[in-house]
Design a protein around this ligand. Structure first.
Ligand code: GLU
Length: 523
């Protein structure tokens, strides 16, 4: 059992908007912290200035707020371990780099890009891959093979990086809470750069130092960092620090087999589903990419859906409030295998939250009615909502699924209309009108009885029903047609049939007129 010293961090780089995977990482950190009464920290890892994109930070904070998974500490929230921006921690990193240089775990390297490219080519030509490591470091341009004087001169006149000196021949076990034991053989590790030529610490160095200084107990991050874990552990060892626990979260793949979900999906316009939580305004352009928020997803549904991308509580129930997620969350139930994202499932989750947001549906419908200066009793509006709610996934869909209870169709589906633009349909519609006139009492039960029982012998029954629905709704959609007729009432239903009759007649007339003209033209 963990005590309340759990400290976890979400450490995004401000290189653009978060995508689904990033938010899921934040969510798991949040859930884990809250479950153990711990602290959830937001650290901005902005060491890579070349990839910096303005607004990323405010985007991240706004996203966490929308999801209601706000940090307890860090950028925008304060705390004792500030600064929480890596760009403001240069001095700290330099202090620790010096330590590594002094104890011989790091060294200066002066190889230029072209030196290294040459090496890479040489190796490539021999069918090998070049890596800067114990096998070749002594033949490269670095402080390991320089006199003190040479080093002094080089430091004065050339640009350099600082590399970690991996000790070869060591084998040890590392443990990931999700992936289990991993055997590390240092012979296969390269001497990674710790300090770049611009004097800025690399991710590996900054991340390790910060996690230690900020007293992070558990590192929960994406699986793409699993391969860096062994190197990070080596760094902890050389500083003499105890590493935190690590848990690398499964990748999120597209259900259609088109690979990983990434920001590139949007850039390359291959994403047929949203991947951003909230809208992203692409800098220096007018492009706005809508997120789940703008598309009408409830934050609760979005969070619930995300939680299940790589974790499940082992029960049948999938609908969990944030508090329920906190209570049930555990790293043991996070899957090792990749999770598959399916937009249909996301919509399903949203649908499940409609009932909890009925008041909002009511307001949305009221807005549509007000826009058209239509007045209806509250009870009636609620009745319609109750009938329609099962047919929608989003609040904004309410009007397109219920308009026909409030207004007669102002538009008819063109394809079906073309099909029924004939004398036969006119006859059938006239008959329908007569049938409706004679039905009394005008109730659902009675309507159904008349249509089915009395027309048992009618071979075109299905066709007639379609025609009836079409005249009432304008399309071939909607709820049980008898409920629609009962609610609209006899007068309105007949009126709508009349409207369609007029429309068909008009069309037939203009068709013949055109034909006549054509004939005249031909002569
Ligand atoms: N800055 C890294 C990223 O954006 C964080 C990796 C980590 O959590 O250690 O992916």
């Amino acid at each position: 059992m963990l005590n309340n010293f759990v400290r976890v961090r979400f450490a995004p780089s401000p290189t653009g908007p978060l995508h689904l995977g990033g938010v899921r990482t934040a969510l798991y950190n949040y859930l884990f912290a809250k479950k153990h009464g711990g602290t959830f920290i937001l650290r901005i890892e902005d060491t890579d200035q070349k990839r910096f994109i303005p607004n990323s930070e405010s985007y991240i904070i706004e996203t966490l707020k929308w999801c209601k998974i706000e940090p307890d500490e860090g950028v925008g929230y304060g705390g004792d371990y500030f600064p929480y921006y890596q760009s403001k921690r240069h001095n700290i990193y330099h202090y620790y780099i010096d330590k590594l240089l002094k104890n011989g775990d790091a060294y200066y390297a002066f190889d230029t890009d072209s030196d290294l490219n040459k090496k890479r080519k040489e190796y490539n030509d021999r069918g090998l891959t070049f890596s800067y490591n114990y096998q070749n470091r002594m033949s490269l341009k670095n402080s390991l093979n320089m006199t003190e004087k040479e080093l002094y001169d080089q430091l004065k006149h050339s640009s350099y990086v600082v590399r970690f000196k991996v000790k070869p021949g060591e084998k040890f076990n590392i443990y990931d809470l999700i992936h289990g034991n991993i055997i590390v053989n240092t012979d296969y590790l390269d001497d990674k750069i710790l300090l770049k030529s611009d004097g800025i610490a690399t991710y590996h160095l900054a991340n390790t130092i910060d996690d230690h200084l900020m007293k992070i107990t558990h590192v929960l991050r994406g699986e793409e960092w699993l391969s860096s874990m062994s190197f990070h552990i080596l760094l902890y060892k050389s500083f003499g620090w105890i590493p935190p626990n690590f848990a690398h979260l499964p990748l999120i793949l597209r259900k259609d087999g088109k690979g990983k979900i990434s920001k590139r999906n949007v850039d390359n316009k291959i994403s047929d589903f949203p991947i951003f939580p909230i809208q992203w305004k692409v800098p220096n352009t007018k492009t706005i990419i809508p997120g789940y928020r703008e598309l009408g997803y409830f934050p609760e549904a979005f969070v619930n859906m995300l939680a299940f991308l790589g974790w499940n509580p082992g029960t049948k129930n999938e609908i969990f409030s944030l508090q329920e997620l906190i209570n049930s969350f555990s790293l043991e139930k996070v899957t090792k295998s990749s999770a598959y994202f399916d937009i249909k499932k996301a919509n399903w989750f949203n649908k499940k939250y409609l009932n909890k947001n009925k008041e909002k549906i009511f307001l949305a419908l009221l807005k549509e009615l007000n826009k058209r200066s239509l007045k209806y009793k509250k009870n009636f509006i609620w009745k319609i909502i109750d009938m329609i709610i099962d047919r929608i996934n989003f609040i904004h869909e309410i009007w397109e699924h219920s308009f026909y209870f409030f207004i007669s169709p102002s538009y008819y589906d063109i394809n079906f209309f073309k099909k029924i633009c004939n004398e036969k349909s006119l006859l059938q519609l006239e008959r329908l009108k007569i049938l409706l006139t004679n039905i009394s009492p005008f109730t659902y039960k009675n309507l159904k009885y008349f249509f089915f029982k009395k027309q048992e012998t009618n071979k075109n029954k299905y066709e007639v029903m379609q025609l009836l629905r079409f005249s009432l709704v304008g399309i071939l959609k909607g709820i049980d047609v008898f409920i629609i007729i009962e609610i609209l009432g006899k007068k309105e239903s007949k009126q709508r049939i009349d409207n369609l009759i007029s429309k068909i007649k008009e069309k037939i007339r203009t068709f013949f007129l055109k034909k006549e003209h054509k004939n005249i033209d031909l002569h």
